[in-house]
Design a protein around this ligand. Structure first.
Ligand code: PMP
Length: 362
C-alpha cells in the first residue's frame, strides 16, 4: 500500500487510521448485512443501529442532556449560517454576533437577510489575531441569541471559555474544534459543526440543539430549513449522508476508546504545545500569528520573515511528506491543522523539520 503523508489540511482533514481501516473492511460488506455501507437504505435496521450509536456516542462524549436533540444535516456549516437566523431570530428579529474571523463574517452576512445584526465585538482591525475579552462585548440583553465561532480555522485563535450572555441563548459554530475537549452543553442553545475536521468526511453537519428553542421556528419556513422537521424525523426526513453518519459513529467510538474528551484534550494540548514551543524558541525566525492567550490548539498559524521563505518551507516540507501547510488564501503564511486524529509523531517530525530548516538558513 502507498505510504501515507502527514496531512495538515484544514478540512476535509485527517481521520484516525483505525477508522479508515475499519471503513475499508465495511466498504465491501457490513458484518451481518451482506451489503456495503454505501449501499444500505437509510430506513434499514442496519442504518438505524448506526445513527443510534453515532448519537449515543456524541451524547456520552459531550454529556448532552435529554432536552437536546442531535441532528445530522447537509449543506455544511454554511447552511447553518442561514438556518440559525431563519429559525431563531423571530419574533424580535435581532441578534448579537461576535466577529473573530472570516467564518463569523459569513454568518453575519446571512443573518442580515433575516433581521438586525448587532456586532457585539470584532477583532478585524487587528487582523483577527485575538479573541475579544468579556468586558469588550457590547451585548444586547434583548437579543434573540448571541452567535460566536469557538475556533477560528483561518486565523488560528480559539475561545478558552464561551462568552457569558446571561439569559440570551448562545449559538456556536464549532466546526473546527468540536470534540477537541469537554464543553458544558447546557450553556448553549445550539452547537453546530461540519464533520470534515474532527468527526468525519465532508457532507454531514452535526447540530446539537436545545429542543425548546424550536418553539420560535415558524411553520412558514421551507420544510428542509425548519429544525422541527429534522427533530421530528430523526434526521431522516430526506436521505441523509449515510456514509458520513457511519464515519462519525466510528470516529466517536475511537474517541471513547482512547479515554473520551479529557484524554483527547490532554493529547491535543501536548501536540499544540510542542509546535508553539518550536515557534517561540526560534528567536523570531518563526512568528506566531495569534496572541498567546488566544492561540488555537487545532490550527497553528505562523509566518516567516519573507513570503519567499514561506514558499520555500512549504515546498521543501511537501517533498518531505508534510502536506497542507500553506495558510488560507485570505491570511497567508503557514497553518498546521492538527485535529484530534493528527498523530503526535507527526508533530515531532514537523518540529524536527522546522528546526533543521531554520538551522540551514542561519
Ligand atoms: N465555520 C468554520 C469555523 C469553518 O472552519 C468552516 C469551514 N472551513 C465553515 C464554517 C464552513 O463550513 P462548510 O464548508 O462545512 O460549510
Amino acid at each position: 500500500m502507498e505510504k501515507r503523508v502527514y496531512n495538515f489540511s484544514a478540512g476535509p482533514a485527517i481521520l484516525p487510521e483505525e477508522v479508515l481501516k475499519e471503513a475499508q473492511k465495511d466498504l465491501f460488506t457490513l458484518p451481518g448485512v451482506g451489503m456495503s455501507i454505501l449501499e444500505i437504505s437509510h430506513r434499514s435496521k442496519a442504518f438505524d443501529k448506526i445513527i443510534l450509536e453515532a448519537k449515543e456516542n456524541l451524547k456520552s462524549l459531550l454529556d448532552i442532556p435529554d432536552n437536546y436533540e442531535i441532528l445530522f444535516l447537509q449543506g455544511g456549516a454554511s447552511l447553518q449560517f442561514s438556518m440559525v437566523p431563519m429559525n431563531f431570530m423571530p419574533p424580535k428579529n435581532k441578534a448579537d454576533y461576535i466577529v473573530t474571523g472570516s467564518w463569523s463574517k459569513k454568518a453575519v452576512k446571512e443573518a442580515k437577510r433575516t433581521g438586525t445584526v448587532n456586532i457585539a465585538a470584532t477583532t478585524e482591525q487587528e487582523n483577527f489575531k485575538r479573541i475579544p475579552k468579556q468586558e469588550e462585548l457590547k451585548l444586547d440583553g434583548e437579543a434573540s441569541y448571541v452567535h460566536f465561532t469557538s475556533n477560528n480555522t483561518i486565523y488560528g485563535t480559539e475561545w478558552k471559555n464561551e462568552p457569558e450572555t446571561g439569559e440570551v441563548p448562545i449559538i456556536c459554530d464549532a466546526s473546527s474544534d468540536i470534540l477537541c475537549k469537554k464543553l458544558d452543553v447546557n450553556k448553549y442553545g445550539i452547537i453546530y459543526a461540519g464533520a470534515q475536521k474532527n468527526m468525519g468526511p465532508s457532507g454531514v453537519t452535526v447540530v446539537i440543539i436545545k429542543k425548546d428553542l424550536t418553539e420560535r421556528s415558524l411553520d412558514s419556513l421551507p420544510t428542509m430549513l425548519n429544525y422541527k422537521t429534522h427533530i421530528e424525523n430523526n434526521s431522516l426526513y430526506n436521505t441523509p449522508n449515510t456514509f458520513g453518519v457511519y464515519i462519525i459513529m466510528l470516529v466517536t467510538r475511537w474517541i471513547k476508546n482512547i479515554g473520551g474528551l479529557d484524554a483527547m484534550y490532554k493529547l491535543n494540548k501536548e501536540k499544540a504545545d510542542m509546535l508553539y514551543s518550536c515557534i517561540d524558541e526560534s528567536n523570531g525566525f518563526y512568528k506566531g500569528h495569534a496572541e498567546k492567550e488566544s492561540r488555537s490548539i487545532m490550527n497553528i498559524t505562523f509566518n516567516l520573515q519573507t513570503e519567499e521563505m514561506e514558499k520555500q518551507l512549504i515546498s521543501e516540507a511537501g517533498a518531505a511528506g508534510f502536506d497542507g501547510l500553506k495558510g488560507h488564501r485570505s491570511a497567508g503564511g503557514l497553518r498546521a491543522s492538527i485535529y484530534n486524529a493528527f498523530p503526535k509523531k507527526g508533530i515531532e517530525d514537523l518540529v524536527d523539520f522546522m528546526n533543521k530548516f531554520q538551522n540551514k538558513q542561519s
